[in-house]
Design a protein around this ligand. Structure first.
Ligand SMILES: *[C@@H]1O[C@H](CO)[C@@H](O)[C@H](O)[C@H]1NC(C)=O
Ligand SMILES: *[C@@H]1O[C@H](CO)[C@@H](O)[C@H](O)[C@H]1NC(C)=O
Ligand SMILES: *[C@@H]1O[C@H](CO)[C@@H](O)[C@H](O)[C@H]1NC(C)=O
Ligand SMILES: *[C@@H]1O[C@H](CO)[C@@H](O)[C@H](O)[C@H]1NC(C)=O
Ligand SMILES: *[C@@H]1O[C@H](CO)[C@@H](O)[C@H](O)[C@H]1NC(C)=O
Length: 359
């Protein structure tokens, strides 16, 4: 029932107290007790944090920008939303935990796990065989499932949706894996190669899941059956609904709010005060339209602010061996969404096209 809340406390608590109390609160933990639990707990925490950071990166120029306060609020009773955004949050957190555990395993951080060499020696394709050290994603999947899915202990459609999205996140880690190969043969002729499967950068997992977010499917539960039914019927309705949806796809139950307006009791920060990008080298189309999306379409104006930044410059190398730099200040201009003057809300908008002076 409180999956995001616990993940959030994993993310937000910097140390050990919360973890040790959690050891006893996750009651359906399947492994051999608190010792095994603590072996992985810090990796789980780091993984959840990695997921949240990626979420912030992926949504930096979206109206919803993965605010941490919402992680907590959205889990309070009656406020458990199941939007596309919470779907992404579940998926990226689950993926982050699996990814980190898998990396830890490959680095030799755990005694009981190592490379996945189950295919070693087998022919993979034309002139290559499996070899080397494949990242052991099955291990990461296994452990992360026990931590992350265990947080979901309801049997309602919300729990089912969250578990589905956790799974989709873990599948994303697998789907983005890449084959790496090494050449062998007479004097590097590369007549034969050995290959192994490697995790991609976590960024690739984030990019992949962002696309899944954009294409997330809304579940239409069979409401008649749910209302009439006993809990077995209920589970049947949930199972039927899910059988039509691929395990790799994100699902949601509710439409998202437009995320323009601030409503803190719903955990919504609104876009007033947010920075947007108006100029700059190499902006993507998505970034270029950020002022339109965050400000204009939310009834806000774009305000330019000059901001002074300091950085090292004119560095010189002195014999021997120091580098001396000067501090240079630079004025950069940044753009933020700001409220329009009250009067402009009415018929007056077209006449206010020209820039108003602002601090
Ligand atoms: C797992 O890897 C992370 C870095 O990704 C590292 O900070 C952490 O200490 C590792 N965990 C263990 C148990 O070594
Ligand atoms: C996954 O965990 C279960 C116990 O929960 C264990 O029996 C199984 O061998 C594990 N699989 C892998 C690949 O680690
Ligand atoms: C915030 O949302 C709640 C629930 O929809 C609503 O009752 C309340 O009026 C909203 N508050 C503001 C300040 O809009
Ligand atoms: C801009 O994009 C090009 C091609 O995508 C890349 O080679 C270049 O390094 C980028 N420049 C900056 C400042 O990011
Ligand atoms: C339009 O706005 C200006 C201030 O921005 C105000 O002085 C003026 O009276 C407004 N005109 C109308 C027709 O509302």
């Amino acid at each position: 029932m409180v999956s995001l809340q616990i993940l959030a406390s994993l993310v937000l608590s910097s140390c050990c107290h919360v973890l040790s109390t959690m050891a006893w609160s996750v009651n359906n933990f399947l492994m051999t007790g608190p010792k095994a639990y603590l072996t992985y707990a810090s990796s789980v925490q780091i993984g959840a944090q990695r997921g949240i950071e990626e979420c912030k990166y992926q949504f930096a120029w979206d109206r919803w920008n993965c605010p941490e306060s919402e992680l907590q609020l959205s889990t309070q009773k009656g406020l458990r939303s199941a939007t596309k955004e919470t779907a992404f949050l579940h998926a990226i957190s689950a993926a982050g935990v699996m990814y980190t555990l898998t990396k830890n395993c490959s680095m030799g951080d755990f005694d009981n796990c190592g490379c996945d060499d189950s295919k070693a020696g087998k022919t993979g394709g034309l002139s290559w065989i499996w070899g080397g050290c494949s990242d052991n994603v099955d291990f990461g999947e296994n452990i992360s499932k026990q931590f992350v899915d265990a947080l979901e202990n309801g049997h309602d459609s919300r729990a089912a949706v969250n578990l589905h999205n956790n799974e989709a996140g873990r599948l994303a880690v697998k789907a983005t894996m890449k084959r790496s190969c090494k050449c062998h043969g007479v004097s590097g002729s590369c007549s034969i190669q050995t290959c192994w499967m490697q995790l991609s950068d976590f960024r690739d997992v984030g990019n992949y899941l962002k696309i899944k977010h954009d294409q997330a499917q809304k579940l239409e539960m069979d409401k008649r059956r749910m209302r009439a039914g006993n809990s077995a019927d209920n589970r049947g309705a949930i199972a039927d609904t899910f059988s039509t949806i691929a395990r790799t796809e994100l699902v949601h139950l509710e439409d998202s709010p437009n995320y323009c307006a601030r409503n803190l009791s719903l955990g919504l920060h609104g876009t007033e005060g947010r920075e947007c990008l108006q100029s700059g080298t190499n902006l993507s189309r998505w970034e270029k339209r950020s002022c339109k999306r965050l400000c204009h379409e939310c009834g806000l104006k774009v305000e330019e602010k000059k901001i002074q930044t300091a950085s090292s410059c004119n560095c010189r190398f002195h014999w021997c061996c120091t580098v001396k730099c000067e501090q240079c200040t630079q004025i950069v201009s940044k753009h933020f969404c700001a409220r329009r003057k009250k009067s402009s809300r009415t018929h007056n908008t077209s006449r206010r096209r020209h820039r108003t002076r602002s601090g």
